[in-house]
Ligand binder design. Structure first.
Ligand SMILES: [Zn+2]
Ligand SMILES: [Zn+2]
Length: 385
């Protein structure tokens, strides 16, 4: 099968000889991939990895499947075949797939090191339905099992959400990054009519605009250094802020923007540097909530705890998503709370699988400022299929 696969750190390439994925468990579904987005995490796996992928010579504990594996975890497609117990979808359905994997997937892989322990008893997070906090949380397309920079992919039926007719497959591939932001908004316990600050206008920061609008935010401000990204954010109808223009006064200026000039009710750090982390806390109103959505390297940073204490602020984090987030994002697209046309602002390129490395990965690494989301089309589908 044709795929762009992860071999090891510094080695991701196209191959036409990857093994064809097969349905091995009665709850599995074979999907023909329409579009799959390249994620910042995919780039990190190349430059700094393996992070989610197994190390050289090792295998993922959930599946025990070795490298190389096709990458790709942000995808849409059509159901091609279903296992004997599948009831959620039928052959021909247009779908998206929640890519998280944990205890509830181990039963699919009898060779897994965790098979005996987890085939029918789960870790406490999974037991409580908080699947994204699983002690073995990982992703399809990031080391557990082959992903969707490939012609076909096999997934468990519980991860699948059907796409309504009016949501095209290219926008379908954005449901995953939008679900990351949607989950963060859900974790913050966002209340309609409140104000929100987004730090960083990369793919997740822009997705957070869509999620916050759908949740009825009264005011959304995006703080971003890169001009191109600020332009994109303002096209999506929010106020933008260039912190470099305000020097030491940036936080004070930000705090003055919301009504009453008392700071923001919510702040989402989608950037993940010391300055944005601290700005998220400082720009908050009393009892406001700051959410760290960014993925950080292993180095700790300084912050002042009284920043939280004196005005009883909340600081929390958000990781990945659950199927519920995918269902809610798709429903919001269906209702028009998330605009399909606005979603398209996030797509900055569409390429064939064969060009995935040169025009996809390399373009994103060399021209970060110009790009948001590049999609690969393994079967050369058009969004109209
Ligand atoms: Zn991703
Ligand atoms: Zn678990």
């Amino acid at each position: 099968m044709r795929a762009v696969a992860y071999y090891k750190k510094g080695d991701i390439h196209f191959s036409s000889t990857l093994p064809e994925p097969k349905i091995n468990s009665p709850d599995e579904v074979l999907i023909e991939v329409s579009y799959c987005g390249i994620c910042g995490t995919d780039l990190h796996e190349y430059t700094d990895g393996p992070i989610f992928f197994p190390k050289d010579g090792e295998t993922n504990p959930l599946s025990n499947i070795p490298l190389p594996q096709p990458m790709g975890h942000e995808f849409s497609g059509f159901v091609k075949a279903i296992g004997s117990n599948v009831t959620k979808v039928e052959v021909g359905d247009k779908v998206v797939v929640e890519a998280g994997c944990g205890c509830k997937d181990v039963h699919r892989w009898p060779d897994s090191k965790l098979y005996e322990k987890r085939k029918d008893t789960f870790c406490s997070a999974c037991e409580n339905g908080i699947d994204n906090c699983c002690e073995n949380y990982d992703f399809t397309g990031l080391g557990v099992v082959g992903g969707a920079f490939a012609e076909r992919v096999v997934v468990g039926e519980r991860h699948i959400v059907k796409l309504p007719e009016e949501v095209p497959t290219d926008v379908g591939a954005l449901v995953e990054p939008i679900s990351v932001a949607w989950h963060a908004v859900r974790v913050s316990k966002f209340e309609k009519g409140k104000s929100a600050l987004i730090l960083g206008a990369g793919p997740i920061g822009l997705a957070a605009i869509l999620a916050l609008k759908a949740h009825g935010a009264s005011k959304i401000v995006v703080s971003e250094l890169a001009e191109r990204r600020r332009i994109l954010a303002s096209k999506m109808g929010v106020e933008v802020f260039d912190p470099s223009k305000h020097g030491d006064n940036a936080v004070t200026e930000l705090r003055n923007i919301p009504r009453g000039q008392h700071g923001f009710d919510y702040a989402f750090d989608c950037s993940g540097v010391k300055a944005t982390f601290n700005t998220a806390l400082k720009a908050l109103s009393f009892r406001g909530c700051a959410v760290n959505v960014a993925i950080w390297g292993p180095k700790p940073i300084d912050y002042y705890p009284m920043e939280i204490t004196l005005q009883e602020k909340n600081l929390t984090g958000s990781i990945g998503y659950t199927v519920q987030d995918f269902e809610e994002v798709v429903a919001a697209m269906h209702k028009g709370d998330i605009s399909i046309e606005e979603c398209r602002h996030l797509i900055t390129g569409k390429y064939k699988l064969e060009d995935g490395w040169d025009k996809g990965f390399m373009e994103l690494m060399n021209h970060k400022e110009k790009n948001i989301k590049i999609l690969l089309t393994p079967n050369n589908h058009s969004e109209l299929d």
